[in-house]
Design a protein around this ligand. Structure first.
Ligand SMILES: [Zn+2]
Length: 291
């Protein structure tokens, strides 16, 4: 995945970048079943008991094995570290993450571990749980696993704005879903975002926001099925960040945590560039201070 080094190269001299803390297997087991973690860790499940089935490998979309589990743990550690940094500093980003299709017992659509679920359970286990948590998911695909994971959790509100008839085929009801038509244009998208997200902030008054930004809303993306321009993505970012600031979520003790989500541009370097712009916009929000 070239987007990770590409975006890192664009932001590393403009924001403070730290390596993530190390996670333990027990940190993952708060959000995932041990049997699933064992199966992901197996190189070749064919003929072996307890590995991923062919069906599960196909729906995950990545070859299982120790390297995949290690890479996914590192990515998840980035979200845990960004969460702790955001609580301390107001705003932080993981230069990866947003794996919102990973369920406790199965991975889908390139998502192995659910980084936000692991981060929230990490906070709770360490006695640092905030009052109300809001997940804002502006990736082009529905955050189905987050919706399912937190469905009966009054401490976490899930919002997702996405293409209604796109992956995942089976949607999970969230606290606020905004399904849009295929190939939605910039203005229609922004109108729907601006009509639906401010009432969610008003109703929840969050202490901590996780924002899965998603680079796959752009018109050239291979899988997103949206037609947003670069300017519209900038406007989207501005809308989300202003709400976070307005509700005090960019101040120390509260927190806004940016994670990537998906992005699949055909042109080399473009996916990383889109993610990097969102990271830099988030950093600028921090520099300008509370409104
Ligand atoms: Zn996506």
């Amino acid at each position: 995945m070239e987007k990770f080094p590409d975006a890192y190269g664009l932001v590393k001299h403009k924001v403070e970048v730290y390596p993530p803390r190390t996670l333990q297997r027990s940190d993952l087991e708060r959000a995932h079943l041990p049997n699933y973690l064992n199966a992901v860790n197996r190189d070749d499940p064919r003929g072996q008991p307890h590995g991923l089935t062919t069906y599960d490998r196909n729906r995950l979309g990545l070859p299982p094995g120790p390297r995949l589990l290690e890479r996914s743990m590192l990515e998840t550690a980035g979200t845990v570290s960004a969460t702790l940094a955001a609580r301390e500093d107001g705003l932080a980003a993981n230069l990866a993450g947003g794996t919102h299709h990973a369920f406790p017992d199965r991975g889908l659509g390139f998502c192995v571990l659910n980084d936000i679920a692991v981060a929230i359970e990490y906070l709770r286990a360490s006695g640092q749980a905030p009052g109300q948590i809001l997940i804002v998911d502006t990736d082009a695909h529905q955050g189905n696993a987050n919706h399912a994971y937190f469905r009966n959790d009054p401490g976490v509100f899930t919002y997702s704005i996405h293409v209604g008839k796109n992956y995942p085929a089976v949607k999970e009801p969230g606290d606020c879903d905004v399904p849009l038509p295929r190939y939605v244009e910039s203005l229609d998208y922004l109108e729907a975002l601006q009509a639906s997200l401010p009432p969610v902030f008003a109703a929840t008054e969050p202490d901590l926001v996780f924002w899965i930004s998603g680079a796959d809303c752009h018109s050239d993306d291979r899988f997103g099925q949206m037609r947003l321009s670069h300017e519209a993505i900038a406007e989207r970012d501005h809308c989300v960040l202003e709400l976070c600031r307005e509700y005090g979520c960019t101040t120390p003790g509260a927190g806004t945590v940016l994670v990537y989500g998906g992005g699949y541009q055909p042109k080399p370097g473009m996916t990383g560039w889109i993610h990097a712009q969102t990271v830099l916009r988030t950093a600028r929000t921090h520099e300008t201070g509370p409104a």
